[in-house]
Write a protein that binds this ligand. Structure first.
Ligand SMILES: Cc1ncc(COP(=O)(O)O)c(C=O)c1O
Length: 451
């Protein structure tokens, strides 16, 4: 079968399996289930992983929305080899290395004006925490220190730190972890199957949901609100797309009340929608952008917070202490991470990978919406190189159908991601039309086989 390619002799089955699976406590995973029936990956190239039993598995999720350049891009590998040969580590507290500055200029050039200042982290979660702290520090620097309230959105995902889960809106990520940050409130989410099911691209209905910020301003008063953080396109909660005009309206309300607007672009920055940022795609410039993942194409952990000049200038210009922001990480701008990021940006540019997203966006949309007739499908969504197939939950077992789909896809030769009963798809930006067709055929088999 074309979709199930064996690379090694069947005798090689399971030769890569470790002696014990007990000691690794896997994050956000069904540990007990996985250890009964592990899905182990031993190598990768371009659009494909190789499983421990020698099968080629199409990476339909770019790992975890991060391997944007495809696996083992030679430019990233070469940059890392050069780097380890010259400088392994340099601190960023009061010292630095040239590549950190070069990378910052390259990022600033890709991000909307006037977002030109870059603060480095090691992950999306740290980018979110850093962005929230920068927002508070900015208002304090302006002697507007009553602005401490942070506004997130229901169903938002902003990583796993206490800041991120406080402004985040996914119940299971919050419910076991105490009272979280105080002074946080949430906008209503924008997911509306009744009005928007099977929309192609951004949905028509729901711009007025941005006015929910007016409700929170009326409740708390603008003078207590520091920032609003949203994913311009929510990924982890199951690909929830912004209704047409929603982000513009949110920007206008933030402007009206002097509230900072933070876009969490951990999954959208670096090409996911065919542009460097979702801010550019939607034509809405926030005050702060969080990024990570695609920054290094997932090869080395790295995140960044990119801010408007005025935010940097205010915090540094008004500081009464030599250190202007008491915040940072041992590994901020780690030389290996900056090398990987420079390699990734080279790869994106040299092969016009963002351009490829725009070029394949239509076949991608057609493939996804062609699955509408499959059993249990209640919605299909797409934007750029992102897709979602929402399945009706099985009676009494929400999430079971989604998990079954993930396992079935792995058996047939694709890595897909599920949130509950929503299948989320986000392949590397290098995907070609024949691979989209291959994925479509596989997904049809998966969907048709579900109970
Ligand atoms: C929008 C968003 N913010 C933050 C994060 C957290 O990133 P990390 O897992 O690198 O901490 C993610 C991860 O998926 C994300 O999608």
């Amino acid at each position: 079968m074309a979709l199930l390619r064996l690379h090694r002799h069947p005798g090689a089955l399971f030769m890569n399996r470790p002696n014990s699976l007990e000691h690794f406590w896997m994050p956000f995973s069904a540990n007990r289930d996985f250890k009964q029936d592990p899905r182990l990956i031993v190598s990768a190239e371009g659009m494909y992983y190789t499983s421990e039993d020698g099968r080629q598995i199409m990476d339909a999720t770019a790992g975890l929305w991060c391997v944007n350049a495809g696996h083992r891009d030679p430019r990233i590998t070469a940059a890392l080899l050069r780097q380890i040969d010259s400088l392994d580590y340099a601190p960023s507290f009061n010292f630095s290395h040239p590549a950190a500055f070069e990378l910052s200029a390259r990022i600033a050039a890709q991000f909307p004006e006037p977002m030109n200042r870059v603060f480095y982290t090691n992950s999306g979660s740290e980018s979110v925490d850093s962005a929230l702290k920068i927002a508070l520090a900015y208002h304090a620097a302006r002697k507007d220190g009553t602005r401490t309230r942070l506004i997130g959105r229901e169903r938002g995902y902003h990583g796993a730190g206490f800041g991120g889960i406080s402004v985040g809106g996914i119940v299971r990520n919050r419910m076991k972890f105490g009272t979280l940050l105080t002074g946080v409130d949430h906008l209503r989410h924008t997911h509306d199957l009744a009005r928007n099911a099977f929309s192609r691209g951004t949905p028509e209905h729901g711009a007025e949901l941005a006015d929910d910020l007016e409700r929170l301003v009326a409740l708390h008063d603008a003078s207590t609100i520091a920032a609003v953080i949203v994913e311009p396109m929510a990924g982890s909660a199951g690909v929830l797309l912004p209704p047409k005009g929603y982000l513009q309206r949110l920007r206008a309300i933030c402007d009206k009340y002097g509230i900072l607007l933070i876009f969490d672009e951990v999954i959208t920055a670096f090409g996911r929608l065919g542009t460097a940022t979702a801010a550019e795609y939607f034509g809405v410039t926030p005050d702060i952008i969080c990024c990570a993942k695609g920054l290094t194409s997932g090869v080395i952990p790295m995140g960044a917070v990119v801010v408007r000049d005025e935010i940097y200038e205010t915090i540094t210009g008004t500081s009464e202490t030599p250190i202007e922001l008491f915040h940072g990480y041992t590994y901020s701008a780690h030389p290996m991470a900056t090398a990987a990021a420079l390699g990734a940006l080279d790869a994106y540019e040299q092969d016009d990978m963002y351009g490829n997203v725009s070029a394949v966006a239509l076949p991608w949309e057609e493939m996804l919406h062609g699955l509408r007739d499959c059993p249990n499908v209640i919605d299909i969504r797409n934007l750029g190189l992102v897709g979602a197939i929402e399945l009706a939950p099985r009676d009494g077992a929400p999430g079971a159908r989604g998990t079954e789909a993930m396992r079935r896809a792995w058996d047939l030769g694709a890595m897909i991601r599920v949130t509950g009963d929503i299948i989320a798809l986000s392949p590397p930006l290098i995907i070609q039309p024949d691979q989209i067709a291959e994925l479509g055929e596989l997904l049809r088999q998966v969907l048709s086989s579900l109970r």
